[in-house]
Design a protein around this ligand. Sequence first.
Ligand code: CMX
Length: 144
Amino acid sequence: FVTAIDHVGIAVPDLDAAIEFHRAHFGLEVAHEEVNEEQGVREAMLRAPGTAGTETQIQLLAPLRDDSAIGKFLAKSGPGLQQLAYRVSDVDAASAALREQGLRLLYEAAKRGTSNSRVNFIHPKDAGGVLVELVEPAKDNAAH
Ligand code: CMX
């Protein structure tokens, strides 16, 4: 049911500084920026130039609060890779199938992710130490 690697998420203390780092050293450009209050993040999606619509993105995640998932991650592990996100066509079906296989999903029901996508997460302890996000893109935003 995985249709693509949607993005890889990196926890950063300062979003603007991280965007500038990725622009200056790797030439990545900002495809999208938003604040997600529920997740406690200010975030940016980056892509390589000329890849719009087909690319796997890099998600930079900065905390709005110390007690958010990213705030806690930074306090415990410091800046670095925080999540791997798989694109799926139906997050409810994917979550149900994985639950059936004995994996712990973090949310009972999918929550709102980037660009009005619907998301759920597999607990890192059930996925080889990797926080795996499942992303069902919004219907009007099929590429992401
Ligand atoms: N990757 C790998 N392992 C992780 C992890 C991560 N991102 N976050 C926590 N862990 C590990 C911890 O190191 C800990 O391991 P040990 O027990 O061996 O020390 C274990 O998982 C449990 O961690 P914890 O500190 O008890 O739990 P937290 O309170 O830190 O919560 C988690 C962890 C995954 C439940 C929480 O980060 C969460 O709910 N994440 C989902 C939401 C999220 O990440 N939102 C931000 C992104 C928003 C977006 O993508 O749009």
